[in-house]
Design a protein. Structure first.
Length: 426
């Protein structure tokens, strides 16, 4: 009766071992799938190393539970150990890069590591156990050396990050180190329990370390995003200051022209009218000079931009261009009248720059300015007929406008029709 009870107890314990072992192995599998998901969304070198690490963990633990080889050396462990050493080495290189330390890749060292790994596995396969264990020990010593160097680099980071990183490499190192010590070769219920506790601890430690690593990466990405946003805002403000400075200088030049040159010409004109000598010729030359000066002053700073609505500004400019050289058709969405004041001047100057550039380079006679509002975004489309197939405008020429508007630009040519567009959020 007692023999049967002991047999039932053994069967129960064996089934319980298989159940709990499956749960632990399943935890590593889940951990690996989670790592794959995180790496997919947060593309980061450290997270890629985490994915490889968890995959090796899953292979190692699943194999050990399946064949009850806890504490015993075998081919799988001889392969996993150098792979984990390479992983720790890459992690060491990565944090050195992040710490802006010089990283020196030694190809001879890599060749020596690969060669010793192949030799170690070969010695084990042909049952030269002692030399194989010596190479195994050398690999563990190198692993310990890398781990200590990693801790030294991380000494200034937060304590939780540092301790979680230490536990990760040290715990995995310890699991491989116990393989060199005898005493675990008999697969009993006691050793089975030790294996479960050991691997469950490994799972918990690895999970905590992964959480800290993911938190670091998310924090870094968040900080980078904030820095990029601040940089973009500063760049936009700088561009606006430059444009406003340019407009102020335009106003100053126009004011000086009006107060000095134009007044002088007006006085000269009045004086010439009092003289009978070559009066018509003098008046003609003065009139032409006044027209040219007014043209330049208008181009420098159109007076109506400060008083008219944006829609009126666009139609007024189109009329001026139509009289001068290009017949401009304007299509205007009323929502453009809600455009912020800071955006009006860059848009106006962009339209002016492109139209003038196309007119000077291609001598076109027909164009369209389309101001539309689509998918909660403002869009400017400037279309000109009769442009050559290879015509284009260097984006650097209008970079200040795209930066100020935080806009996306596109250019296209089809059937001698050139189109350039800007799209930006309101």
């Amino acid at each position: 009766m007692s023999s049967r009870a002991s047999q039932l107890d053994f069967v129960f314990q064996e089934q319980f071992f298989q159940f709990t072992s499956g749960l632990i192995a399943g935890g590593f599998v889940f951990f690996t799938l989670l790592a794959i998901t995180v790496v997919w969304f947060l593309k980061n070198p450290l997270l890629k190393l985490l994915l490889i690490f968890t995959s090796l963990q899953t292979i190692f633990v699943s194999y050990d539970f399946q064949f009850s080889t806890f504490g015993q050396l075998n081919t799988v462990k001889y392969v996993c150990m150098p792979l984990l050493v390479f992983l720790v080495r890459e992690y060491h290189f990565e944090i050195m890069r992040r710490a802006q330390m010089q990283v020196a890749f030694n190809k001879k060292a890599n060749f020596a590591i690969v060669s010793s790994t192949i030799l170690m596995i070969a010695l084990w396969v042909i049952e030269f156990d002692v030399p194989a264990k010596i190479f195994f020990s050398i690999g563990l010593i190198y692993w310990m050396y890398l781990g200590i160097k990693i801790d030294l680099i991380l000494r200034n980071v937060r304590f939780f990050y540092r301790i979680s990183g230490f536990l990760t490499w040290f715990y995995s190192w310890m699991i491989f180190a116990i393989l060199l010590f005898p005493g675990f070769e008999d697969v009993s219920i006691q050793s089975a329990l030790i294996s479960q506790v050991t691997y469950f601890g490994w799972l918990v430690v690895s999970f905590l370390a992964a959480l800290s690593l993911i938190h670091q990466v998310v924090q870094i990405n968040s900080d980078n995003f904030n820095l990029e946003s601040e940089q973009l805002e500063l760049k936009s403000k700088l561009g606006l200051v430059q444009l406003e400075s340019s407009e102020t200088e335009r106003k100053r030049i126009v004011s000086e022209l009006h107060n000095d040159v134009l007044n002088r010409i007006d006085m000269l004109s009045m004086t010439a009218n009092q003289s009978a000598h070559n009066q018509e010729l003098v008046n003609l030359n003065l009139s032409e000079s006044l027209k040219v000066l007014r043209k330049y002053t208008y181009n420098l700073y159109p007076p109506h931009t400060d008083v008219l609505s944006f829609e009126d500004i666009c139609f007024r400019e189109a009329e001026i261009w139509s009289v001068a050289s290009i017949e401009i058709e304007v299509q205007f969405d009323p929502l453009w009248n809600e455009l912020k004041e800071d955006y009006k001047l860059p848009v106006f100057r962009f339209v002016e720059f492109v139209t003038k550039f196309v007119q000077q380079q291609c001598n076109v006679t027909l164009g369209r300015w389309i101001f539309s509002f689509q998918e909660q975004q403002f869009m400017i489309r400037l279309i000109f007929e009769g442009v050559g197939h290879h015509f284009t405008i260097n984006p650097e020429n209008y970079l200040i406008f795209t930066d100020l508007l935080n806009a996306r630009s596109q250019q296209a040519i089809l059937n001698e029709q050139y189109e350039i567009s800007l799209t930006f959020n309101p």
